[in-house]
Design a protein around this ligand. Structure first.
Ligand code: CO
Ligand code: CO
Length: 303
């Protein structure tokens, strides 16, 4: 076993031989959007992110489904599965099977298996002094999903958020494989501050560039109107002590906003920024340089 359950890593890693390690993850959740086809895409993209965050290449996937045919039309399930299958294909992986249980609350996701070279595994810790902090998707999907549930989000804003959540992190992962990266994870339920804290442990600090942190414009208005997910407050209670300094009230919200199928968070060797930019632009991957790792204060996110 190379990576196990300690350390809140994105996936488990098991050495098969000197050149190959098996990387395995499982992720599923309740619908975040009304459209079942897009929900399937989003849940699948989210599951793949944990493989990409480990520096691995996905090979196979299995569906995990909770669905009650008595309560819901089977067409809904077909659309969810179709969305997932499209993302599996896009990721270059194959669907091997899956399992379903009768459940009143719909849930869907994937177990994904990938491979990586044992020496190229990326953990969430390992960021080095002077590394740049890179994020590959804008923040705010927790706030927007809450507004969507209240039917308060305009059509264009819904489409934009859905597209970003359904986007695979495969292009960013490919760019990452061409440069020196010391650590990586993906931003999901614990928000930027939570997942960043797992990268820092008590060994290094990070200085954020608030004006460089990307977010959905619509999230500003929605958070002001009170569409704030409960998870945001829980994340703030849990990780608030990690944050030093302050910025606008919206920025202090977005730091803790739980993300659905969020971007990769990457500690990139600063000397490789040019090459990373070239590789990202070459394959159409977005990224933002949102901070830099600093020696002190250890374990803190400084704004
Ligand atoms: Co993860
Ligand atoms: Co996960």
């Amino acid at each position: 076993m190379l990576v196990g359950i300690e350390g809140f890593e994105d996936a488990g890693v098991y050495r098969l031989g000197p050149e190959t390690a098996l990387v395995q993850t499982l992720d599923f959740f309740t619908p975040v959007v009304d459209d079942p086809y897009y929900f399937g895409q989003i849940a699948a993209a989210n599951a793949f992110s944990d493989i990409y965050a480990m520096g691995a290449t996905p090979l196979t996937a299995m569906n995990i489904v909770c669905f009650s045919p008595k309560l819901f039309d089977m067409k809904i399930l077909k659309e969810i599965i179709r969305g997932g299958a499209d993302k599996i294909r896009e990721a270059g992986a194959v669907l091997l099977g899956g399992h379903s249980v009768d459940d009143q609350e719909i849930k869907y996701g994937l177990s994904v298996t990938g491979i990586a070279h044992p020496d190229r595994i990326l953990r969430n810790e390992g960021a080095m002094l002077g590394d740049l902090l890179i994020l590959t998707k804008p923040l705010g999907t927790g706030i927007l999903n809450t507004a969507m549930k209240g039917d308060m989000l305009g059509e264009d804003a819904v489409r934009e958020a859905v597209e970003v959540m359904a986007t695979l992190n495969n292009r960013a992962a490919r760019a990452m494989s061409l440069v020196r990266v010391h650590a990586a994870t993906d931003v999901t339920g614990f928000g930027l501050a939570g997942h960043l804290s797992e990268m820092l442990k008590e060994t290094i600090g990070v200085r954020l560039f608030p004006e460089k942190v990307p977010y959905f414009k619509e999230a500003v208005k929605m958070s002001q109107s009170g569409f704030v997910p409960g998870g945001l407050y829980r994340n703030r209670d849990f990780y608030g002590g990690r944050v030093e300094g302050t910025a606008s009230p919206f920025f202090m919200d977005i730091l803790f906003d739980p993300q659905t199928s969020g971007g990769l968070l990457i500690a990139l060797d600063a000397a490789d920024l040019g090459r990373f930019k070239e590789a990202s632009e070459g394959n159409g991957a977005s990224f933002w340089v949102i901070g830099e790792f600093v020696e002190e204060p250890k374990g803190k996110i400084v704004i």
